[in-house]
Ligand binder design. Sequence first.
Ligand SMILES: C[S@@+](CC[C@H](N)C(=O)[O-])C[C@H]1O[C@@H](n2cnc3c(N)ncnc32)[C@H](O)[C@@H]1O
Length: 206
Amino acid sequence: MARKISKPNSRNRWEDHYTRKARKENFPARSVYKLQEMQKRYRLIHPGNRILDLGCAPGSWLKYAAQITGPRGYVLGLDLKPVNLKLPGHAQAIVADIFDLSDDVNEMLRRKFHCILSDMAPATTGHRDVDAARSVTLCESALDMARNYLKDGGRLVCKIFQGPDSPTFIDQIKHDFTRCHIYKPQSSRKASREIFVIGKGKKQEA
Ligand SMILES: C[S@@+](CC[C@H](N)C(=O)[O-])C[C@H]1O[C@@H](n2cnc3c(N)ncnc32)[C@H](O)[C@@H]1O
């Protein structure tokens, strides 16, 4: 008897519950649910906050963060790529390379933020250690931004691909913040080596 062969997924092999949910709820990426989980657990964003979102494209975190801050707050996103999404008036996305910020962007960063989010990811090579090393470089630049542009007592969320250098980065967060949490959201793909490092309570001297 002929065996029944299941049809391949018509969209792509990565589509899952979170991808479909994101489409239904009008978010451009499933990554929004990672931030949502962290928000529920760690209360990172508050109404009226100023939020800096590093690596913001295609815009899911940006849109979600703006919903929480509300119009009394402000969310600024930076990414190499443009965000093609209708954003509320208190959210803004700028095309920028974190390693080469223009004077205009530096000016926009002058007023400090309550929370800095970094979901930045390097273009992956498929070589684990190379990707992890590039991810740490992005995390270090996010921490640098936090040292300069995060208010005392503020929060930093940083995605990192686990590798030989990630413990050193985590130690830096422990040094600069009063609390450090490591979190792997349910919605993060099991095969992914990503984890999130969360620093709460930026120390005054950091
Ligand atoms: C996983 S995506 C972010 C998804 C986003 N949080 C969302 O929810 O829509 C990672 C982003 O990091 C950005 N990125 C990587 N290197 C960067 C750099 N040097 N400066 C700015 N953005 C960068 C990439 O362009 C990419 O859009």
